[in-house]
Write a protein that binds this ligand. Structure first.
Ligand SMILES: [Zn+2]
Length: 333
């Protein structure tokens, strides 16, 4: 799979047809390798495998746990609640008054449920029926199942549309921005966050970067390529930042550990339940436990290091707030 020439595929940002191979990156859970390449004209990085849609869908079995009440190990749940609050705050900073919101890839719809209790009209989308079940318990039939680019929604004119780490998964990110523009109210706002392939942590860890997450991540954006795609669809950047408490320090920590030769997969598997067999049974786990102190020190350092990287324009995450380029000018946000 990794030695095969990348299939000819047009760059969704600049339409170039040539890709420069970078490396073969390992899948996080089973270690199989996927070719990753960069568009030499615009800098977009892509996962260029030849997986059929159903083969790609099978790789999501590691990432989704539709029946579990939680996605992460119990001790992390309070932290995850804090992060959900950060997402709600990000929405309310853009628009304090209740309106109509669409969260693409809404998962269990916990954030939407909180906004609904504040008077928002909340809509969510999910790819898989099984994941949507738990969201529907919260939002009823305002959770729509399907690929976002092709969805028929019964309403439009959304005041806010959010994509928390969704765009890197989409087959056609350019069509997704066009659809977003179509669904947005004239003075509506879009929030998009994706991993930053131009970040310090991405450069530090190369093929082992946690947020490459091949083959689930199809595209690896730079700040410029994400903004160019949005602009081409008739949107403009209202605000851009690169620090995310949710993804930044965690990615920086993992990158640092990978650089020290400590397993990328092991770190994630300690945090995320997967596969059913106990991590403690693996001999490598005990070797890593002996390194707990240096790892804790690295964890303490990862937050300020990531904050510095973000301030320098090399943070682990690209978060854009976008609005319609043709919005009514007399109603500044
Ligand atoms: Zn390109």
């Amino acid at each position: 799979m990794t030695d095969a020439a990348p299939p000819p595929r047009l760059c969704p940002v600049c339409r170039a047809a040539r890709w420069t191979p970078l490396f073969a990156a390992p899948e996080l859970f089973d270690g199989s390798l996927f070719p990753v390449a960069r568009c030499p004209s615009c800098g977009l990085v892509a996962t260029l495998d030849d997986l059929e849609p159903q083969e790609l869908a099978a790789y999501y079995r590691y990432a989704e746990e539709p029946d579990a009440g939680h996605r992460f190990r119990a001790p992390l749940e309070p932290f995850m609640r804090l992060l959900r609050k950060e997402r709600i705050k990000a929405v309310l900073r853009l628009r304090a008054a209740p309106g109509r919101i669409l969260d693409v890839g809404s998962g269990r719809a916990v954030m939407l449920e909180a906004l609904a209790s504040r008077g928002w009209e909340c809509w969510g989308t999910e790819l898989e029926q099984e994941i949507a079940v738990s969201a529907r318990r919260r939002l009823g039939d305002r959770v729509v199942v399907g690929q976002f680019e092709d969805l028929e929604l019964p309403v439009r004119d959304f005041d806010v549309i959010t994509f928390w780490h969704v765009f890197e998964h989409l087959a056609d990110p350019s069509a997704a921005f066009a659809k977003t523009r179509e669904l947005l109210a004239p003075d509506g706002v879009v929030l998009v966050s994706v991993p930053n392939v131009d970040s310090c942590q991405a450069r530090l860890s190369g093929r082992d970067w946690l947020h490459l997450d091949v083959p689930r991540h199809r595209w690896h954006f730079t700040p410029d390529t994400l903004a160019r795609l949005a602009t081409a669809a008739g949107l403009e950047v209202l605000h851009a930042e690169q620090f995310s408490l949710e993804y930044g320090p965690y990615g920086m920590l993992q990158s640092g550990l990978a650089k020290l030769g400590l397993g990328q997969r092991l770190f994630t598997r300690v945090l995320r339940p997967a596969g059913g067999h106990a991590i403690w049974r693996e001999p490598a786990f005990w070797t890593h436990l002996a390194l707990a102190l240096p790892i804790a020190a690295a964890a303490a350092l990862s937050l300020p290091l990531e904050a510095i990287a973000a301030a320098a324009g090399k943070g682990g995450v690209i978060a854009l707030a976008l609005r319609r380029a043709d919005r009514p000018r007399n109603r500044a946000p």
